[in-house]
Design a protein around this ligand. Structure first.
Ligand SMILES: Nc1ncnc2c1ncn2[C@@H]1O[C@H](COP(=O)(O)OP(=O)(O)OP(=O)(O)O)[C@@H](O)[C@H]1O
Ligand SMILES: Cc1ncc(C[n+]2csc(CCOP(=O)(O)O)c2C)c(N)n1
Ligand SMILES: [Mg+2]
Length: 346
């Protein structure tokens, strides 16, 4: 391949890259209700729909073995995979685990990863159904594919948001990014120590954010609550890549715009404290940090109160608008900023 034709992956961006790769897909099976482009792939099934999601973590890119306990790693990747099933209002049933293992990883270390996946299996109620195991030269790679199910009349896509709907998020945002900042800082301290063995970081002041980074929890509780209350959001997505990017995904799929309020972003005090310490803007953690695994959903305005009466762990951050309005955020001081196609603030 000539040098002129070498296009870097960065030059395209993630969504464009996936679109281009998928041009090679030759078949569209009757089994497939929604191929790629939502949180899970949707297949026909006698009783409803089958859901498939997949998640890959690479050492050095998605986790760093110097500060990630292996059982947490197992739990976290399982959380990421099931979160995409919950984001379709489904329930996970089974996972396949693919491991690429370098020599530096022992049997006991792999068992620790599986202990984490097993603990997630208990919490989220899935079975480990199999997988694949291969060697790797340097870095550990783990990928989990999750199979889940949802009734046909209960599935929630990214599309479906209506003008005027309230835009809501569960939990609080930016905590995982704050936790990552702390862990990276401690790693730097550790590397700068002469006697590295002797150094024991004290993370007790940062327990909440470090947990948000290392062992995030997928919102099974929310999915169960809306089932109980017979509430069906008009659209939903999980917050893996940060609010800005996922707002873009939801708005695009729904062919709508969103107007939201910076002051309404739910951010915990622990997260704010870390941003202050780092002299960073805490809203950037929420907007661009990712890995919170909370759910964002849209709900007709008149149903918000009914949900709020029974479930308190969610926040209305704005409303769905016409597509032409784009994605806009009203800052605390009143100024309105527009987000462009890549989810970056203009
Ligand atoms: N290599 C790939 N080939 C084909 N489709 C892909 C590929 N990678 C991702 N996709 C599809 O693109 C869509 C978006 O995937 P993406 O991983 O960005 O978000 P996601 O499924 O919500 O997961 P995450 O939790 O990682 O954000 C999904 O429907 C997914 O199936
Ligand atoms: C060592 C290390 N480097 C970076 C990160 C941050 N990180 C990993 S995945 C992700 C979201 C996108 O996920 P996806 O690729 O699934 O969309 C983010 C922000 C980390 N946790 N550890
Ligand atoms: Mg997702």
């Amino acid at each position: 391949m000539g040098k002129e034709s070498f296009r870097t992956i960065q030059s395209l961006g993630r969504d464009e890259l996936i679109d281009e790769l998928m041009e090679h897909n030759a078949l569209s099976s009757d089994l497939v209700v929604k191929g790629y482009g939502d949180d899970s792939t949707v297949l026909n099934h006698q009783k409803g729909y089958q859901l498939l999601s997949s998640e890959s973590f690479m050492e050095g890119v998605d986790f760093d073995l110097t500060y990630v306990p292996l059982h947490h790693l197992g739990y976290k990747i399982a959380t990421a995979a099931v979160s995409d099933i919950y984001a379709m209002n489904g329930s996970p049933e089974l996972v396949l685990v693919n491991l690429s293992v370098p020599n530096k990883i022992s049997v006991d270390m792999l068992k620790e990863i599986y202990r984490g996946i097993g603990a997630a299996g208990k919490d989220y109620e899935f079975q480990i159904g199999g997988g694949d195991l291969t060697a790797s030269h340097q870095t550990l790679g783990i990928s989990i594919s999750c199979y889940g199910e949802v009734a046909q009349d209960k599935i929630i896509y990214r599309k479906g948001a209506h003008e005027g709907d309230a835009v809501c998020v569960t939990g609080d945002l930016g905590g995982a990014a704050a936790g990552l900042r702390i862990l990276m800082r401690e790693k730097r301290f550790w590397e700068e120590q002469d006697q590295q063995q002797a150094f024991q970081p004290d993370l007790t002041d940062y327990e909440y954010v470090v947990r948000r980074q290392l062992v995030p929890v997928a919102r099974k509780d929310f999915i169960e609550k809306i089932a109980d209350l017979n509430i069906l959001p008009t659209s939903m997505i999980d917050l893996t890549q940060g609010l800005a990017s996922e707002l873009q995904h939801l708005a695009e799929a729904s062919e709508m715009g969103v107007y939201f309020y910076q002051a309404a972003l739910p951010i915990s005090l622990d997260t704010r404290r870390v941003a202050d310490e780092m002299k960073e803007d805490v809203d950037k953690y929420a907007l661009y940090g990712g890995e919170d695994f909370e759910l964002m959903f849209t709900l007709p305005e008149e149903q918000v109160e009914g949900l709020a009466d029974e479930f308190s762990d969610f926040t209305v951050i704005g409303q769905v608008t016409d597509k032409e309005e784009g994605i806009r955020m009203q800052k605390a001081e009143g100024e309105v900023v527009v987000f462009d196609g890549s989810g970056q603030q203009l």
